[in-house]
Design a protein around this ligand. Structure first.
Ligand code: UD1
Length: 363
């Protein structure tokens, strides 16, 4: 039996691993000897940041949970590395498969490679160029020691080639996050806030903000939200609040009749909200991909992105982190002049099958 470790640690990982696990299980039913251990690092641990995703996306219970919990970047990295090293020393797998750019991704790839376990990186090769974000460091370190890259875009392929990665290590497969989106779309369901706030399709905005540079400064967070509310034309603004943001928001005393705060939502509820929204304002990377596929206008509160195809092909635009510059973007949005966008190549729901077909040959 050829065993692969699949690593997941934080919320944006779960929708990326689900289809890979399902494709591996399908291959198994067809006689393949590929098997996996699912390792949850415990970086996210709240039910609404982790458990609900496992339930809704049909991800089996992890074989191991490293229970690293919260901490500084170094504490989390060290805890995950120590925990995963113990597992590998007890039983080595044939491959460590990591997804995305969270701290768990980087920590497990370092641990595996140092024990001579090859690494495959799903969503490899993307870069924002912004070293102030921990995710960019995670991407750079992970890719520096990745054997095989499963990429989401031609931009990633070109970047990897430019940095000297040979063609036989790059596999342009598409986007596993979109596999999950397309598979789960028929199951999307209204969150309770839908009734509570009296929401109507295409008549509200969704906001998500959780990046340290947007939410850790209380005054900045306040100005950002007030600016969004000012430009909302009185439409309901629904804001599912990440735990990091919640801590800072609590002290702001921010209230407006059209501002609706909720806990972080389940996958099916959140994407119901996005699919039916007039527009989304976010600092997430993954959401810019989902809005692109659902054709929903997306205003990204960042100065850069590692996912340029959401702008060049999709519905996304960078509005930056300075709320003083938001007026023209909202004017365009409210006038109904936002671009329509298209779906990037290979974001077709079949990415995980392609990955498993490659894995079968690689290990
Ligand atoms: C992490 C990822 C980020 C991703 C985000 C999605 C890194 C560097 N960042 O950021 O790329 O977009 O997840 O959510 O890996 N907390 C809870 N409950 C939880 C998890 C976290 O209360 O289940 C709180 C803790 O106070 C913690 C804080 O949220 O300190 C931040 O969590 P952390 O895992 O450090 O990073 P995120 O900001 O969630």
């Amino acid at each position: 039996m050829r065993k692969i470790d699949i690593i997941a640690g934080a919320r944006p990982n779960f929708m990326k691993i689900a289809p890979i696990i399902h494709a591996l299980e399908a291959a198994r039913r067809n006689g393949s000897d590929l098997a996996y251990r699912l390792i949850h690092t415990g970086q996210h641990y709240d039910k609404n940041m982790s458990g609900s995703f496992f339930e809704q996306l049909g991800i089996p219970d992890p074989h191991f949970n490293l229970e690293v919990g919260s901490g500084t970047q170094a504490e989390q990295t060290a805890g995950i590395m120590t925990g995963y090293e113990k597992l590998l020393l007890a039983e080595k797998s044939r491959l460590c498969l990591v997804v995305g750019d969270v701290t768990s991704t980087m920590a497990c790839s370092i641990t595996a490679q140092k024990l001579h376990v090859p690494v495959a990186h799903v969503e490899g090769g993307i870069r924002s160029g912004d070293w102030s974000m921990p995710e960019e460091i995670n991407r750079m370190v992970t890719d520096a020691i990745t054997n095989w890259f499963f990429t989401t875009s031609e931009v990633a392929n070109a970047y990897l080639r430019k940095t000297g990665v040979s063609e036989d290590r790059i596999f342009f497969v598409g986007n596993t996050m979109i596999d999950t989106l397309l598979r789960q779309m028929p199951n999307f369901r209204a969150p309770t806030i839908w009734q509570q706030a009296g929401l109507q399709a295409q008549k509200y905005l969704v906001v998500t903000l959780h990046r340290p540079n947007n939410v850790d400064g209380e005054q900045h967070l306040k100005t950002m939200l007030e600016t969004i509310l000012t430009h909302s034309n009185g439409m309901p603004v629904v804001f599912p609040v990440h735990p990091r943001t919640a801590k800072n928001l609590a002290g702001l005393g921010l209230a407006a009749p059209n501002l609706h705060l909720t806990e972080p939502l389940g996958y099916l509820e959140f994407n119901y909200l996005v699919k039916n929204a007039f527009a989304v304002v976010t600092d997430s990377g993954g959401i810019t991909e989902e809005t692109t596929v659902m054709g929903v206008p997306c205003l990204t509160a960042r100065d850069n992105t590692e996912r340029p195809e959401t702008i060049t092909v999709g519905t996304n635009e960078l509005i930056g982190t300075d709320p003083g510059r938001y007026a023209p973007y909202f004017a365009k949005l409210m006038a109904g002049n936002w671009k329509k966008g298209q779906i990037p190549p290979l974001w077709d729901g079949k990415t995980a099958e392609r990955i498993v077909a490659h894995l079968d040959k690689l290990i």
